[in-house]
Design a protein around this ligand. Structure first.
Ligand code: ZN
Ligand code: ZN
Length: 346
């Protein structure tokens, strides 16, 4: 056998051509599967997002209702449905209608709307009009028909037939909603019927982020709730004047300062003037001592004397001792006063 009988093709060339062949097939297959892979998102995130949105609407409803109630008595009751719809519409077009393509609750859950094809913006506007506008129109229609008594119209009449058709339509929609929700529970896609009709899917806005449920906000809220409850419980037990006096007293003891700072004006007051009455009278009256302003106004009434030998009204010094916690500081000399006794003039 001569060398001319051997196959002339280079083995490397054959490997190359078979690789090229396989490569195109692999690429085709990956593209085909990529179209069918639907990114899975947690159902609980979508339901949580709905709860958050409901709370936001609730928060907005109160101030809006209060503001509108000032317009006319009975206005809120008459236009309650319109006010609610307006709030929902504003929230929807500020959040989903913006570049974010998700409600505020969905943004917190790292979700965003996505649709196959290029008509996402159109579909989102359609979704808003159908779910908010459609819901409003349907509720108004049902209310109008039942108020006009179409339900009790004689059988066989046009009104009766229209009422029956509307009633059937509503039942059908309720059943469809239930079936859709069951499908959502099982597949995790399309929470509402309108979303399913429009093909609007909720996907993760940033897929690289952790897909677990974020408890950060929940934890923060729990901490603040517990803290507020504790403050509400503890506040009535604290006497602010007593606490302040305690802090001042201990701070001065630590810093080795005298018991209390003494105002030289108060220290220089004549003996028949009560320093507490003097400090409690307003500034205008304190400006007048030159004109005899301290005269009779701050005279000691029912005089009691402190261990340091300074005289106060009984009510003034006793109130000060009680509010500051069984002891207080003398305004004239700064020494501690725990009890007083009646002043007897010698
Ligand atoms: Zn007094
Ligand atoms: Zn004193």
């Amino acid at each position: 056998m001569s060398s001319g009988d051997l196959p002339q093709t280079d083995p490397q060339q054959r490997w190359k051509s078979s690789w090229q062949d396989a490569k195109t097939r692999i690429l085709n297959n990956t593209q085909r599967t990529a179209l069918h892979v639907v990114p899975r998102t947690a159902r609980v995130s979508k339901l949580d997002a709905d709860l958050l949105d409901d709370e936001l609407t609730e928060m907005l409803r109160e101030p809006v209702t209060q503001a509108v109630s000032l317009l006319k008595p009975g206005f809120v009751d008459k236009w309650k449905l319109e006010i609610d719809t307006a709030i929902k519409a504003v929230l929807f077009w500020l959040s989903v209608g913006s570049h974010r393509r998700a409600t505020y609750g969905q943004t917190l859950q790292n979700l965003t709307y996505e649709a196959q094809g290029r008509s996402l913006v159109k579909r989102i506007h359609m979704f808003g009009i159908l779910s908010i506008g459609g819901g409003y129109a349907w509720t108004r229609l049902m209310r109008h028909l039942s108020l006009r008594g179409w339900a009790d119209a004689p059988a066989g009449s046009l009104r009766s037939r229209i009422w029956k058709a509307v009633d059937r339509l509503e039942r059908f929609f309720k059943v469809a909603t239930l079936v859709n929700f069951l499908a959502f529970i099982s597949t995790g896609q399309y929470k509402t019927v309108v979303e399913r009709l429009l093909g609007l899917r909720l996907v993760y806005a940033r897929p690289q982020m952790a897909h677990s449920v974020s408890f950060e906000f929940l934890n923060r809220q729990l901490v603040w709730h517990a803290f507020t409850e504790f403050v509400m419980f503890a506040l009535p037990l604290v006497n602010p004047a007593k606490a302040r006096a305690w802090v001042v007293r201990n701070a001065r003891a630590v810093l080795r300062l005298p018991g209390a700072s003494v105002d030289p004006v108060v220290a220089a007051l004549p003996d028949h003037i009560c320093p507490i009455c003097f400090t409690q009278t307003d500034e205008a009256q304190q400006q007048q001592p030159q004109q005899g302003g301290t005269g009779d106004a701050n005279h000691v009434v029912n005089p009691y004397v402190t261990p340091c030998g300074h005289v106060y009204c009984y009510v003034c010094i006793q109130t000060k001792i009680m509010t500051e916690g069984d002891e207080c500081c003398c305004l004239r000399c700064g020494s501690q006063v725990k009890q007083v006794c009646q002043y007897v003039e010698q």
